[in-house]
Design a protein around this ligand. Structure first.
Ligand SMILES: [Fe+2]
Ligand SMILES: [Fe+2]
Length: 497
């Protein structure tokens, strides 16, 4: 690199490259390597300023020694961070880097062994250990748009391109390095800001998932687990080399969008009445009806006893009445806790019991799960609430499809799902991935109070039936099966029992 024009052109290119970089460690490395190149320095170090008033070494390069630590080198840096302040609270201005950071100023030294204003004992130790000789040193602070120092770079021993001897840094070197530092500051601050924003959004999304899971303790960690299954299935689609999905490849952005949708897909459940989402047994409503029924049975048993004492019934009739009541009580109890499969005989028997109200009979006779038809309608409503809630978010372009993906997780590919009864062609592939993941998580969950955990072959059998009946996407289910998504999930995320 010779002429100034070439250097300035290079500086512009660096600026563009830096503003496009999305990864802070890579960005630091680019800044450092370009500063080294612009000044033809043999050595270069980049530091970041930590919140606890220290400056940490990030990358150290000494070209002539082949020394490269930190950054993407894989070699750790063993030097401890530099204190900006001494223990008595005074600025550590004898250290050149601390001085540059504390005073927001560049420092240029022509010979480190002669300069008296700074303590170069650390540098001398490094030199002693490596046989190096540090001569010229240039330290530049890197500031953000608020004029706060967020990083610093130090360049060592510029090499004369003709004589190949170590020379001193020129005023031009200083100005070019400062220009680079100001571009680097903007790029670094932007990137840190973006990373902070992303971390905040991610933690808010997880906070929501946490709230959803807390609201529905009966569903265990559903909101936090569905994203895991969704990601595994989407990766499986990416790895598929045959079948109708072989050409599909989700980008990182698309995978992230799916993750966000998966974390938030049941956010509408925050609005569902607690007595429904927390419901364990069939007869639980706002009050637990099993208590009322048990009280009624006790009253009937007492009435029978009175009738016996008043000699209105014989001891044999009394015994039979008590026996019948107790048998019915036990049966209702088993139905209530979903332990008793509802057969036509049981239906007939429950129906004949005069001490149950029609609502109670309906509840006791629920054939699957623990929810009545009315409660099903209320709980199904959560998807519409999800859609409404997510629809109010101001979503950036890369997350625009979150609403569609999240609010279609109960739609069936063959139509007939809820809330809109859409069909496959109207559903995005990621919405269909979420639907399968949602079903699989619900079936594989170990912690549902109204059902025992199912073994994997049984889960696959149920899912196959759901595919045949047009609920789940057959192509996706094929990938799910072929790539053992279920096995891998159970292996890694379900405790053995
Ligand atoms: Fe749902
Ligand atoms: Fe769900």
């Amino acid at each position: 690199m010779t002429t100034l024009l070439e250097k300035v052109t290079r500086l512009n290119e660096i600026g563009i490259a830096l503003s496009a970089e999305r990864n802070v460690p890579v960005l630091l490395e680019k800044i450092l390597r370009n500063a080294k190149l612009l000044t033809n320095a043999d050595g270069a170090t980049i530091y970041t300023v930590l919140p606890d008033q220290k400056v940490r070494f990030e990358i150290i390069i000494t070209g002539s020694l082949g020394y490269y630590h930190g950054g993407s080198s894989g070699e750790p840096i063993t030097f401890s961070a530099i204190d900006l302040y001494l223990s008595d609270g005074v600025q550590n201005n004898r250290h050149m880097v601390a001085y540059a950071v504390n005073n927001k100023t560049s420092v240029k030294i022509d010979d480190a062994y002669v300069a008296e204003e700074f303590d170069f004992s650390g540098t001398r130790e490094f030199d002693k250990a490596t046989g190096y000789r540090t001569i010229a040193v240039l330290t530049i602070p890197i500031m953000n748009h608020e004029h706060e120092v967020i990083a610093a770079m130090q360049l060592i021993n510029p090499i004369d391109s003709i004589t190949q001897a170590v020379t001193t840094f020129t005023l031009e070197d200083l100005q070019l390095s400062e220009s680079l530092a100001s571009q680097a500051g903007v790029a670094l601050a932007n990137q840190q800001l973006m990373e902070n924003q992303l971390a905040l959004s991610n933690s808010l999304i997880r906070l929501f998932a946490e709230a959803i899971d807390e609201k529905s303790p009966a569903e265990g960690n559903h909101a936090k687990r569905v994203p895991i299954v969704s990601e595994m299935l989407a990766e499986a689609v990416n790895n598929t080399n045959d079948g109708p999905l072989k050409k599909i490849h989700f980008s990182d952005d698309q995978l992230y969008e799916l993750m966000v949708a998966a974390f938030l897909h049941d956010c509408g459940k925050l609005i569902t009445p607690s007595y429904i989402v927390e419901k364990k047994n069939k007869l639980e409503t706002i009050i637990d009806c099993i208590e009322l029924i048990n009280t009624r049975i006790e009253v009937m048993k007492r009435d029978a006893k009175i009738a016996l004492l008043e000699k209105k019934i014989t001891p044999q009739v009394y015994e039979k009445e008590i026996q019948d009541l107790e048998n019915n009580q036990k049966l209702i109890d088993r139905c209530n806790t979903c332990e008793e499969p509802i057969t036509p005989e049981i239906e007939k028997l429950i129906d004949s019991l005069v001490f149950l109200t029609p609502d109670e009979k309906e509840a006791v006779l629920i054939p699957r799960g623990n929810l009545t038809k009315k409660e099903h309608v209320i709980i199904q409503h959560h998807v519409e609430i999800t859609q409404r809630m997510l629809g109010q978010l101001v979503l950036p372009k890369n997350l625009e499809e979150v609403v569609e993906i999240a609010s279609n997780h109960h739609e069936w590919v063959g139509g007939g799902g809820y809330p809109r009864g859409l069909i496959k062609e109207q559903l995005s592939l990621r919405a269909r991935i979420l639907a399968i993941s949602d079903a699989f998580e619900a079936l594989s969950a170990p912690d549902r109070p109204y059902k025992k955990r199912l073994p994997l072959p049984k889960i696959y059998e149920i899912m196959e039936k759901m595919v045949k009946e047009g609920h789940l996407d057959p192509d996706l289910f094929e990938v799910f099966q072929k790539q053992n998504v279920g096995q891998e999930y159970v292996k890694h995320y379900c405790a053995p029992d």
